[in-house]
Design a protein around this ligand. Structure first.
Ligand code: F0G
Length: 454
């Protein structure tokens, strides 16, 4: 990477441009291709390297789950055969991320009209979001390369995760977040882990623009998902998912789309697993966006995926409030390779789906709930058949955005907004807190009334 603090380090990692296909050693490249300006990805497997035996890999990865070593206990590093090599001399920065649960969602399955529905809950990671799986890898490479500073622009989860891994790795971190547009819970995480946290008076896309300029001038390592090492870590979620299914892929995987790093990473993993002989067919990977932040949906529908349609993003699902997604080309490639699709969902549909996932005893943050809202539409359209198996990737924990949840249950989430009328359908899921006199009688009466409710 440019500005590499420790320039004598030579790495065996090669990067390939997703536009022109040019291949460069990591030590000689930046975050974008010097020939055509497109994003880069880690080349795997390395040309000429011997491909590992799939059966041996499966049993090795499973065996590591009972090992006491930190790098084996990490749900990311236990798959290290498919990750860029950190080298013997460098320990990974790990919080024992990954190894998240796969839950069956029975209520949501009924509501969506499918027989088998699962949630791969990435909100169960150490800082409460899927970002940790990528951060452990990219932060470890930043430290290996001798960086003192790491930085990101964020809608909240990347910054929380980066700040934690930087602190664990003895590095300083700089966070740029859109002023007033991220949840307090995510902001408080960055503060607690000691990041220099700047609330910039712009949106995510504006923060990204400023940060790109800063990292080009200073020896600061960029930890946004345009960093190919982030996506390598996030890849392991798909490996773990296939392991859950004993390497018999489900029919559909559905993910939320923001900056589109996650969908790109999962897609890269699926293609690699197929090439390695770990799975015999690809699940369809589909991406769901909020109607107000639907750059990929429009790119696919209006430009056949060939040219990015940027949008001015607006949604209460602040994590995916992104109008200029960096990894759109990678995501389009994944959609095409896996036969997946794109869909958009309204603010009210997101809120309803979030409460339904909560009612299944799981819970997630608003951005994650677009997956269920999108699935309902895909079933209605016939793209997902009732007898097909579906996995929703839930990207963030319920506690990431308590304001949204409280407002939803109090019934004022859409107050004064254009969606107020449509929001009437949310009433059956709303459970406002009940203020009572301090008597047994008052509680008993409340119980009685609740018993009569459907
Ligand atoms: N879900 C959650 C909870 C997120 O935080 C994000 C992105 C996404 C989905 C979308 O993932 O960008 O890979 O398509 N959050 C970033 C952040 C942008 O800064 O925390 P994506």
């Amino acid at each position: 990477m440019p500005g590499t603090a420790n320039s004598e380090l030579k790495s065996e990692v090669l990067l390939r441009c997703v536009g022109c296909g040019a291949i460069t050693p990591v030590d000689e490249s930046g975050l974008t291709c010097t020939i055509c300006g497109n994003l880069l990805e880690v080349l795997f497997p390395l040309p000429g390297s011997e491909l590992p035996n799939p059966a041996a890999l499966k049993s090795l990865w499973l065996k590591r789950r009972t090992s006491p070593l930190a790098e084996d206990q990490s749900g990311v590093w236990r798959f290290r055969e498919v990750l860029p090599a950190l080298g013997e001399a460098h320990a990974p920065i790990t919080l024992r991320e990954g190894n998240t649960a796969l839950y069956e969602l029975s209520l949501c399955a009924r509501l969506a009209g499918v027989q088998r529905l699962f949630a791969k809950h990435q909100g169960m990671n150490p800082t409460g979001s899927f970002k940790d799986t990528g951060m452990t890898v990219a932060a470890s490479f930043a430290r290996k390369d001798g960086f003192r500073w790491v930085a990101c622009a964020s809608t909240g989860n990347t910054s929380a995760s980066m700040a934690a891994y930087a602190a664990r790795g003895g590095m300083k971190s700089l966070v740029l977040i859109p002023d007033g547009k991220i949840s307090w819970s995510k902001l408080s995480q960055a503060l607690e882990y000691g990041a220099v946290t700047c609330q910039v008076k712009t949106d995510f896309d504006g923060c990204m623009k400023i940060l790109n300029e800063i990292v080009s001038r200073m020896p600061i390592y960029l930890l946004n998902s345009i960093n190919p090492f982030r996506l390598e870590g996030q890849k392991t979620v798909a490996f773990e998912l296939m392991e859950h299914f004993d390497w018999q892929p489900p029919d559909h995987i559905i993910v939320p789309g923001g900056n589109l790093g996650n969908s790109s990473a999962l897609g890269k993993a699926l293609l690699e697993m197929k090439d390695l002989g770990l799975i015999s067919r690809l699940p369809k990977l589909s991406v769901i966006q909020a109607e107000g932040a639907n750059a990929l949906v429009r790119t696919v529908r209006e430009k056949a995926g060939r040219e990015l349609v940027q949008v001015h993003a607006e949604t209460l699902a602040t994590a995916i409030r992104i109008g200029n997604p960096a990894s759109w080309k990678k995501a389009v490639r994944v959609l095409e390779a896996s036969g997946g699709t794109v869909e958009q969902v309204s603010e009210v549909e997101i809120a309803l789906a979030k409460a339904e996932i909560g009612a299944d005893g799981i819970g997630c943050e608003p951005a994650s709930a677009v997956t269920l809202a999108g699935l309902k539409k895909l079933v209605k359209q016939g793209f997902v058949k009732p007898n097909e198996s579906v996995v929703l990737v839930l990207t963030g924990h319920l506690l990431k955005d308590p304001d949204f949840t409280l407002k939803f249950h109090r019934g004022d989430l859409f107050e004064g907004r254009p969606h107020e009328k449509e929001a009437a359908i949310l009433a059956t899921r709303q459970r406002a807190p009940i203020v009572l006199d301090a008597t047994v009688d008052a509680v008993l009466k409340t119980l009685e009334a609740a018993e009569k409710q459907p």
